[in-house]
Design a protein around this ligand. Sequence first.
Ligand SMILES: C[S@@+](CC[C@H](N)C(=O)[O-])C[C@H]1O[C@@H](n2cnc3c(N)ncnc32)[C@H](O)[C@@H]1O
Length: 228
Amino acid sequence: MSNPTRSDQERIYKELFEKHKGTTMAVSSESPAHKRLRFGRITDIVAADNDFTIHDVGMGLADMYPFLKERFPEKRFVYSGTEILQEYVTASVERFPDLVFHHRDIADQAFADRYDYVVMSGVFHQRRGSSIRDWEAFAQNIIRNSFRMCRKGIAFNFISPFVDFYQTQVYYSNLPKLINFINDDLSRFFEIKHNYALFEFTVFVHTEEHVRSMYPEPEFAKYFKADR
Ligand SMILES: C[S@@+](CC[C@H](N)C(=O)[O-])C[C@H]1O[C@@H](n2cnc3c(N)ncnc32)[C@H](O)[C@@H]1O
């Protein structure tokens, strides 16, 4: 199924990029402090791992890469990303010529490359002209395909439904719907962090294989599917 939000998003991010080059608004982020807090919660997913691959879907200008290097100077990792906007891909390649960036749409399909972690930060916050129905379908498709492309887990964030006021172009997550989707389509092994300053929350979804590898005791075998 083709992604109905794509042309709208490409137009909006292209305008932002051209208007706000050199500032965090070039990828629609409010401030560097917001960004550090958001990236901090997302990258908690790699905290216990010292050697891993991580793929950033909707990476914008790949700002998560310098954040990861600064936060985890002792870890070995390979960072890469995917974007629908060619201008962001070109700018990211210029910024980090040794890294791999793909121009493709993961809402449309899962690709064959695999990573320990696939992350999405700020990708679901602003639906702008898209309907809630199209936005939720887009979010579920990109999350489902990202999960297929990970070995250990995925991390992403959404705006909370528990807010002080509403803005028309923002998407406020339907939490019960999201949790049912995660359990039914992805994995029952998930975490939700709704305990930091922003009006948002961060979700980790872990693959069954990865969680099972942490519980090798025979007493726990019955909590995992036998055929995997
Ligand atoms: C708010 S920006 C966040 C950029 C980056 N994650 C950051 O925090 O700096 C959201 C990004 O998601 C990208 N995006 C939207 N739909 C996408 C899709 N289907 N596949 C890949 N990227 C997508 C947009 O082009 C935009 O760059």
